[in-house]
Design a protein around this ligand. Structure first.
Ligand code: SF4
Length: 411
């Protein structure tokens, strides 16, 4: 029996953008670089789920929502989120707080519990395992559902494919039907009553009516056509200025390298670590302690060995960064590991004691929870710190833009 193809709105979008890109992402299983707008969107979605959690009888206060947002935000670094710098990440954090404050001011008096929030649905249909995450569903009565999708990008516009996909899922899902029947046992059939995109940055709601069955039928034929192409291994690249400029796979793409990428794919890619051939490169291993040596001597040996490895690591990193820069690479793959060049900041403080004295003199010590390199450097981009104070700080604190190497096991 042929296994259902795992599919979603975002997978379909990527295939339509460029089948080769889809192949890199979902056949060769190569993850994309983190994108700050996804990280921002996911933190905002998490906090909306926290606010509207149907399992809670009382809605959280603004302060509780802000505290939840802060803890979500701080789970990852600015690099893991995909921001170019700490300053950009702070701007994102401030924007998230602004949105929440405005959202509460405009909506908290009329908060009501939805039917579901952030519901992950998997629908088995026509040979597809269709995965959707429905941000919010409200029950309108009489078997009718309102689907609400939170948007956090710069603008919001009608995305017909997404609306059609939601409608297809909601009206065919046995799980959603069971959810509605638990609330209203008379219901025989679930229908979409309204679809809406809620743009959080501007608090604007765009509402759409249920699409006619004919449009859904044509949309679904298109979905099945794409699924058929994927099954048939049709992944010809469709290069274009916009999609190639921002594509994470440029360094591997046949359009740019002139040759097919022949890395592992599918099951082999997912299990690459287990399946990989035995290491042929000599890997430095820890020397076994000699039984005659005292514990102090063994400790000295270990310290020397660690120092040697650290020196070796530094030397290799320098060489790899130089090669990345020479070849204009952002990412490259070994057999078992991948390396990525990520922007970093090197913060130097000429004299820590003098810096702390200066902070006290300028009345800025209270602004840093602890006077570390990072917290002090943040003052240089803090809008509430005057230009004069920043100029004085810059005589002692310097932030240099640099690069560092991120090395991890290939997935
Ligand atoms: S670089 Fe362009 S053609 Fe190549 S995979 Fe990316 S989007 Fe497709």
């Amino acid at each position: 029996m042929v296994k259902n193809l795992s599919f979603s709105y975002s997978k379909m979008g990527m295939y339509k953008e460029c089948p080769q890109k889809y192949k890199f992402r979902y056949v060769h299983m190569l993850p994309e670089k983190p994108k700050y707008y996804f990280a921002f969107g996911s933190a905002m979605h998490a906090v909306m789920e926290f606010i509207y959690n149907p399992a809670k009888t009382v809605f959280p206060t603004l302060q509780e929502a802000l505290a939840f947002f802060e803890s979500e935000w701080n789970k990852t670094s600015f690099e893991q989120k995909g921001y170019a710098s700490v300053e950009k990440e702070l701007e994102g954090y401030a924007e998230g707080r602004r949105i929440l404050e405005t959202y509460y001011a405009q909506n908290s008096a009329t908060f009501t519990h939805p039917l579901s929030v952030e519901m992950k649905s998997t629908l088995e249909l026509d040979g597809l395992s269709l995965i959707s995450i429905l941000d919010r569903m409200d029950y309108l009565g009489d078997g009718q559902i309102k689907i609400l999708d939170y948007k956090t990008g710069k603008t919001v516009q009608r995305e017909p494919d997404q609306l059609y996909m939601y409608q297809k899922v909601v009206e065919n899902s046995p799980t959603i039907k069971a959810l509605v029947q638990a609330k209203d046992p008379k219901v025989k059939e679930v229908r979409v009553g309204e679809l809406s995109f809620y743009h959080l940055p501007t608090m604007t709601e765009l509402k759409f009516e249920r699409a006619p069955d004919k449009e859904i039928f044509e949309f679904w034929q298109g979905v099945l056509q794409i699924a058929g192409n994927i099954r048939a291994g049709k992944f010809d690249p469709t290069p274009g200025e916009n999609q190639c400029r921002w594509c994470d796979y440029r360094n591997l793409c046949p359009v740019f390298t002139g040759k097919e990428y022949d890395g592992p794919s599918g099951w082999a890619a997912r299990n690459f670590k287990r399946e990989a051939a035995p290491q042929t490169v000599a890997v430095p291993t820890e020397k076994q302690p000699s039984p005659e040596k005292s514990e102090q001597e063994q400790l000295s040996d270990k310290i020397d060995r660690l120092g040697e490895l650290a020196e070796e690591q530094q030397r290799l990193e320098k060489e790899i960064i130089a090669l990345f820069q020479k070849n204009k690479f952002e990412r490259h793959f070994g057999k078992n590991f991948k390396a990525e060049l990520v922007p970093a900041e090197q913060i130097t403080i000429a004299d820590t004691v003098k810096t702390v004295e200066l902070l006290a003199k300028l009345g800025l010590l209270a602004k840093v929870s602890a006077p570390t390199k990072t917290t002090i450097a943040r003052l240089l981009t803090d809008k509430t710190v005057s230009a004069q104070d920043k100029a004085q700080l810059q005589t002692l604190v310097q932030v240099l833009k640099t690069w560092r190497l991120n090395v991890e096991k290939s997935e």
